[in-house]
Write a protein that binds this ligand. Structure first.
Ligand code: FES
Length: 113
């Protein structure tokens, strides 16, 4: 049985960054991304190999800031859906997490799987 986790980050954290990396109590990391004024959260794990995506701590986007890019082999993921549109795991999806947007905060529900 998995333990459910609730993680939070503040809107202020997105003033200078398009993404925020959160560390869960079970050691896994989560990326929260802001794209087209909306927030999305995914488990920070590529669908090709079980490695983290960020190419530099907390940096997830490609040079055009249009796609989440895996730092290992360059898979590109749509930030709104987590769908891989290019790379060795093409057509797979990142593990999407529920996001609750509050006035000053973003709450992420993670089922621990
Ligand atoms: S590990 Fe991410 S594309 Fe290969």
């Amino acid at each position: 049985m998995h333990e459910e986790f609730t993680l939070r980050c503040d809107h202020e954290q997105f003033i200078s960054s398009q993404a925020v990396k959160l560390v869960c109590k079970n050691g896994k990391t989560i990326m929260v991304v802001k794209f087209k004024q909306q927030f999305f959260a995914y488990l920070n794990e590529c669908q090709h190999l079980p490695v983290e995506l960020d190419w530099e701590e907390g940096k997830f986007f490609d040079s055009d800031n249009q796609y989440i890019i895996c730092s290992t082999h360059g898979a590109l993921y749509d930030p709104q859906t987590g769908h891989c549109i290019s790379g060795p795991c093409k057509s797979k999806y990142l593990h999407k997490l529920d996001v609750i947007q509050l006035k000053h905060q973003i709450r992420i529900i993670y089922d621990g799987s």
